[in-house]
Design a protein around this ligand. Structure first.
Ligand code: URA
Length: 210
């Protein structure tokens, strides 16, 4: 496993992911499972957040208690399938700021084309967590993270459900400083840029558009 990749092999994640992959799993269940996995991936991606301490009072006594340190986190969804992961993560981190990046894959070239970009203003010195269920060719993720760096982001993590080895390689070459958290690394990409065995088109399965 490359140093910049964390594979979340927790049994609950693996079980839920297997259910999502099944072709007979319907939209409502797919969406619910993605939300649940997002919570578990969110737990993993925030594992090393810095803590500070503060004096609080319980009903019984005073104590020094931990609290998160630093500026509010930013979650950035790569539209549209990223929104499925975003929802679960927001349940875990309700005070996070949220950005959206719209990219579509040119079906011929598979190159990422930007059509929407809206992120919170002050990205520097915040943890920026970029979410997209599928790291396939890596083109969208590479482009999205590049844009966030242009906007000042300097502490970025990328969370996905499935990654192809090709996507991990392309992403790691472009952004060696960005850690990837994924629930699985699949075999390969097919000729259309889909992950195999994969789960199909994450956006279509999430929103029932096929
Ligand atoms: N995007 C998807 O939704 N599925 C894939 O397999 C690859 C990219």
């Amino acid at each position: 496993m490359p140093d910049n990749v964390t594979l979340v092999d927790h049994p609950l994640v693996q079980h839920k992911l297997a259910l999502m992959r099944r072709k007979e799993t319907r939209t409502a269940e797919f969406r619910q499972l993605l939300r649940e996995i997002a919570l578990l991936l969110g737990y993993e991606v925030t594992r090393d957040l810095p803590l500070t301490s503060e004096e609080i009072e319980t009903p019984l006594t005073k104590m020094t208690a931990p609290r998160l340190e630093g500026k509010k986190m930013v979650l950035v969804s790569i539209l549209r399938a990223g929104n499925g992961l975003l929802e679960g993560m927001l349940e875990l981190i309700p005070s996070a700021r949220v950005g959206h990046i719209g990219l579509y894959r040119d079906p011929e070239t598979l190159v990422a084309v930007e059509y929407y970009f809206k992120v919170p203003r002050d990205l520097s010195d915040r943890l920026v967590i970029v979410v997209d269920p599928m790291l396939a060719t890596g083109n969208s993720a590479v482009a999205a993270v590049g844009r966030l760096k242009e906007e000042g982001a300097n502490n970025i993590k990328f969370v996905c459900l499935l990654a192809a080895p090709e996507g991990i390689q392309a992403f790691s070459e472009a952004h060696p400083d960005v850690h990837i958290i994924t629930a699985a690394i699949d075999d390969r990409l097919n000729g259309h840029g889909y992950i195999v065995p994969g789960l199909g088109d994450a956006g279509d399965r999430l929103y029932g558009t096929k």
